[in-house]
Design a protein around this ligand. Structure first.
Ligand SMILES: *Cc1c(COP(=O)(O)O)cnc(C)c1O
Length: 429
């Protein structure tokens, strides 16, 4: 029987020092119950906690670790980079190299600016869109998460959905006054917002495949509809591909669906597990950014050589033949095996899957938007999560998140996961 004594001791100490004992809310396991496990180290698709328990990991640091933990190629470039100095606050050649790779791979990106988080990327992209269009309003979808900047903390899914906060405290109403909302996949609602606010919307920002209310798929034609209506209304289309960039395909969801936005936000995978973000897009729009143009945006550690080096090796590995076909095949296999396991155990679940992302919803049908996602049985997800954790499978500690498969996952890992899921589904009743 696995014990979690050391995890509990460390978490108790952490709670006396940091709010909730964590540095990001979902880590506290509030949405699934029980104490969080404290991670000691990871290798490939596996994690070990402070008590030495081993897990097959489907969190992957919330998406970045598409190569798995401590990939030898990443470790090696980081060691070399560290010896050459960890930060200069000046241009280095590695930044230029990663910029070239991003511009080559992502269809919409002609110019890119690196920042330190996805939050910074979306916040900055909106500033640029507002400057470029001379308009103030932005439109986002309920349940899409774009980081924690003030204007974007309206119906932001993820940790907020989980905690049941309608919004965040500490955000003045004036800061979200310019933020308009619509349900995902709802064309009529989007039409209506553009009609009502004609000529005042700077940008529509969207996760092209939302993964922060659990994985929700865009209905056929929905992304093209967003492209058409923003072009018609003179608003910029911003794809937040912080998760989907280099996850669905090297060119992200925009390549996968063939819909090209004006601006794109990246993060997670492009830093190879180090802190990073990026925004980029049309040359004429990005030339608004200082020092080319009047939009101020800066960062002491932006383009950090360690993060750039880890990003470059990661993207190089992803450029190998068949990588995304392999990830797709693993995703489809695991989704199928989990469906079979749920059916065998009589558990009412719906599994959404695209490529190497999936969500097990404790709900009768696949959600199309935030309102339908929220109908999932979160109590039952919590029981399933805890049973899986006990069986050595580390899942996202909340219903409204996606599982991530990495290139380090082996068929044997997926089979063990499906086997554990059968008993855990039965135990979730
Ligand atoms: C994670 C995430 C962000 C925020 O990125 P951070 O690096 O956590 O600030 C923004 N958008 C999406 C879609 C994300 O999943």
């Amino acid at each position: 029987m696995a014990t979690h004594e050391r995890s509990q001791q460390i978490h108790t100490r952490a709670q006396q020092l940091m709010p909730g004992g964590v540095n990001s809310p979902v880590r506290a396991f509030k949405a699934v119950g029980g104490d969080p496990v404290v991670i000691a180290y990871g290798k490939g698709a596996r994690l070990w906690d402070a008590d030495g328990n081993e897990y097959i990991d489907y969190v992957a640091s919330w998406g970045p670790l598409i190569l798995g933990h401590a990939h030898p190629a990443v470790v090696s470039v980081l060691q070399k980079a560290a010896e050459r100095g960890t930060s200069f606050g000046a241009t280095t050649e590695v930044e230029v190299e990663l910029a070239r790779m991003v511009c080559d791979c992502v269809p919409s990106i002609e110019r890119v600016r690196f920042v330190n988080s996805g939050t910074e990327a979306t916040m900055s992209a909106l500033r640029v869109a507002r400057a470029f269009t001379g308009r103030d309003k932005i439109l986002k979808f309920e349940g899409c998460y774009h980081g924690h900047s003030d204007a974007l903390l309206a119906k932001a899914g993820s940790g907020i959905a989980t905690l049941g906060l309608p919004d965040s405290a500490g955000v003045p109403a004036a800061f979200t006054n310019e933020t308009l909302l619509a349900p995902f996949n709802d064309r009529a609602a989007v039409e209506e917002v553009f009609e009502k606010h004609a000529g005042t919307i700077a940008a529509l920002i969207v996760e092209p495949v939302p993964a922060n209310m659990g994985l929700v798929l865009p209905q056929p034609g929905f992304l093209q509809f967003l492209r058409d209506i923003t072009a018609r209304e003179g608003a910029l289309l911003i794809f937040d591909e912080v998760i989907t960039g280099f996850r669905l395909a090297a060119g992200g969801a925009q390549f996968y669906y063939g819909v090209i936005p004006d601006l794109t936000c990246l993060g997670k995978i492009i830093g190879g597990g180090l802190p990073v973000g990026a925004y980029g897009g049309r040359e004429d729009v990005m030339s608004m950014v200082a020092p080319s143009g009047p939009v101020y945006q800066a960062g002491t550690l932006s383009g950090n050589p360690m993060a750039m080096a880890a990003g470059i090796v990661t993207l190089r590995m992803l450029a190998n033949d068949g990588v995304y076909r392999g990830l797709d095949a693993m995703g489809a296999w695991l989704a199928g095996a989990l469906r079979d396991a749920a059916r065998a155990a009589g558990a009412p679940v719906t599994i959404t899957q695209l490529g190497s992302m999936l969500t097990v919803f404790f709900a009768g049908e696949a959600p199309a938007d935030y309102a339908s996602a929220k109908r999932a049985d979160t109590e039952r997800y919590g029981r399933w999560f805890r049973a899986m954790l006990g069986a050595g499978v580390y899942l996202p500690p909340a219903q409204f998140e996606a599982m991530f498969i990495s290139l380090a996952h082996m068929q044997e890992d997926l089979e063990r996961t499906a086997e554990a899921a059968k008993a855990a589904f039965a135990a979730s009743r």
